[in-house]
Structures are given as C-alpha cells and as structure tokens.
Design a protein around this ligand. Structure first.
Ligand code: NAD
Length: 351
C-alpha cells in the first residue's frame, strides 16, 4: 500500500478540522500534515496548542480564495492528498452575507481543485481529493424518511447552496478531468472547540452564565447529532478505504428536536452546577423563526456502515456530558473567542 506523505488539510484551525488534524498527526506519524487556514473568526490555533511542536505537523496561513497563493503552495509542497474542510459554515451568517459563502465555499474549492489538477495533471496514481460536506445540501425532510446518497440535492439556505455547488464541482472535476475524489455529507456535529454561535455551545455557554436561551420558531426543528470524534473516525476510514468517485453519508441515527436538546443541556448543567432542578429551563424564550429553516434532517448511513464498517461509538448523553465538561474546564477559550465582533453579531442576531 502506497502511503502518502504530504497531506493538506484545509480549515484545520476550525471545529471539525482541529479534531481531524490532531487525530491524523498523532495516529499517523509517517504522514506530514499541513494545516492550511486563513484564521477567520472561526479559526483558532489555540485548538491545536498540544500538537503544534510535533515534527509531522505544519501550519500554513493562507486564504483559499487567493488563486495565485494556492497554486504556489501546491507547487511548493506537492500535496499528494487533500482533505478539504475550509468553509464559511454558519447558516445564519449566510443569510446576511451570501457572497462570502460563494467566495470561500465555491471559488475557494475551485482554486484547490485547479491547483491539485495542475500539479498532478494526468497522473493521479495514489492521489486523492477528499471533500467534506454537509447533509444540508439535501434540503428538508418531512416527518419520516432519511437522506440517502441518491437523494436529490435541494438546498434551502445560501450556506447549503454554496456547499451543494462545491460538491457538484468536485464531482464534475472527477468526471471531466479524472481527479480521484471522494465526498462525504455529514449531519450536525457537536463537541469541544465548537464556536459558540452554534446551537449546543451557545446554549451551554448561556446556561453556565444564566443568560436567556433564544430558540427559533416553535423549537421543534429536528437534527441528527453526531459527536465530532465519530465524524473524524468516519473521515479516517473514508480517506483510507473508500472507493474513488463515491459519496458517503455520515450520521448518528440520533434525532432530536432543538427544544429537547436544550432541555437536556439544562438538566445536565443544573445537576453539575448544583442548581435547583428546572431553574435553567426558565431561561428559554422563543424568537422569530429563521427564514428557509429546514424542518428535519436525518441520515441513512447504511453505505458507510456496510462498506467501511463505521458506526457512531458515543451516545448523545455521554457526548453532551464530555462536551459540557470541556466547556466548564476551558472558560478562557470561550472568553477569547467571543470577544470583539462576536458580541456585535450576537446582539444583532438575538435582539
Ligand atoms: P468552522 O467554521 O468551525 O471552521 C472552518 C475553518 O475554515 C475555520 O478555521 C476558518 O478559519 C477556515 N476558513 C474559512 N474560510 C477560509 C478561507 N477562505 N481560506 C482558508 N480557511 C478558511 O467549521 P466546521 O464546523 O469545523 O466545519 C468544517 C467543514 O465541515 C465545513 O466544510 C462544513 O461545511 C462541514 N460540515 C460541518 C458540520 C457541522 O456540524 N459543523 C457538519 C457537516 C459538515
């Protein structure tokens, strides 16, 4: 088996990317892992403090929308394999600024594809372009049913439209230019190091601080939650074993309504912080719904289970407890990331 020594991970300073980089750097000392990230508000090198000195890890500060820079970096480092996670990732922000999502998620992906294609040309032996994507590209489900790899795309938000566009380009580059690629579409992740604009860390932070808990619409939006390390395990398996030119859905078979998730977080935290039972739930209040809000997502992950033997290993309660314990132990991480522009964003979003 030919082992690739030069692996580019994009977006490795973000939430999922930092877990993935740590996992690869520690598990595969023979691989050289290059973490390319422009360090937007969502990127934070603090997430990787524990591995930054390791010799098989290197950080490259660069923006994937910069075509020339990306081409130069591919030329210089000759990356054999790419795991592409860099993206604008927050649906609410995509509603107020869709263009930023087109630039990073679509044009940025194209720049990577072009650079990859131009260094390896027609000899793609042992090479791979792995694109990490979301189940949101499939749109919304009714009360029943699951997203399969064959479900047609029907994105409803500028975020999911931009991710859908990037998925299509990766596939098209495979068909048109013969690039060896694989795509995975995963459900909602949670865990340590997630930026507190996302539902679970937002609520954990507000419950700890006893701030109000804003819930969109009727709170009955349903998501399939997966612990971030289970996603990383799936990416590892796909990276090493998947058939080229395939798509894999990844999900936890773990559907929860938003309001149920929030109640569970209140219950666990009230218990941990010795607060009166039910006291945090009183902080819940409902706000105007988000436009284009998908009602339900749920994933059928039979294909990755059957072909690659993957299944989630951490149940929801256990995963939430691990996550909560991490946020309780790392208050300075939260303090640092919510400084400055996030405070303005929060006020605008939830006032
Ligand atoms: P994140 O927002 O935490 O991290 C994104 C990272 O990309 C950040 O470090 C940011 O600095 C970097 N980045 C953004 N724009 C860039 C640019 N122009 N050039 C270079 N770097 C740039 O996101 P995440 O939640 O870790 O998601 C990572 C990937 O996984 C995304 O592609 C996302 O669509 C996908 N995904 C996320 C989830 C989820 O629940 N979080 C689920 C399925 C798929």
């Amino acid at each position: 088996n030919k082992v690739s020594k030069s692996i580019l991970v994009t977006g490795g300073a973000g939430f999922i990317g930092s877990h993935l980089v740590r996992h690869f750097v520690k598990k595969y000392p023979d691989y050289k892992i290059y973490n390319l990230d422009s360090l937007t508000y969502a990127g934070n090198l603090e997430n990787l403090k524990d591995i930054e000195e390791l010799s098989n890890y290197e950080f490259i500060k660069a923006d994937i929308t910069d075509e020339t820079m990306i081409a130069e970096l591919f030329h210089k480092y000759q990356f054999d394999k790419v795991i592409h996670l860099a993206a604008e990732s927050h649906v609410d922000r995509s509603i107020s600024n869709p263009l930023a999502f087109v630039k990073t998620n679509i044009i940025g992906t194209l720049n990577l594809l072009n650079a990859f294609k131009s260094i390896w040309k027609d000899n793609f032996e042992g090479k791979l372009f792995y694109h990490v994507s979301t189940d949101e590209v499939y749109g919304s489900l009714g009360e029943t049913g699951l997203f399969k790899e064959t479900t047609s795309y029907s994105p409803n938000s500028p975020y999911s439209a931009s991710k859908a566009g990037s998925d299509h380009f990766v596939r098209a580059y495979g068909e048109t230019y013969g690039i060896p690629y694989v795509v995975s579409n995963c459900s909602n992740n949670y865990g340590p190091f997630q930026f507190p604009e996302k539902l679970i860390p937002l609520m954990i932070n507000n419950i700890i601080e006893q701030k109000e808990l804003p819930v969109y619409g009727d709170g009955k939006y349903t998501r399939d939650w997966l612990y971030v390390e289970d996603h990383v395990e799936a990416i590892d398996l796909i990276f090493h074993k998947a058939r080229k030119g395939e798509t894999y859905n990844i999900g936890g078979l773990n559907e929860w309504k938003n309001i149920e998730v929030i109640s569970l977080l209140c219950e666990i935290l009230d218990d941990k912080l010795d607060r009166e039972k039910g006291s945090s739930e009183k902080l819940i209040y409902f706000i105007k719904d988000r436009p284009g809000h998908d009602r339900r997502y749920a994933i059928d992950s039979t294909k990755i289970a059957k072909e690659l033997g993957w299944k989630p290993s951490i149940n929801f309660r256990e995963g939430l407890i691990k996550t909560i314990e991490w946020y309780l132990k790392n208050p300075e991480w939260i303090q640092n990331v919510v400084k400055g522009s996030y405070i303005e964003y929060y006020k605008k979003q939830y006032s």
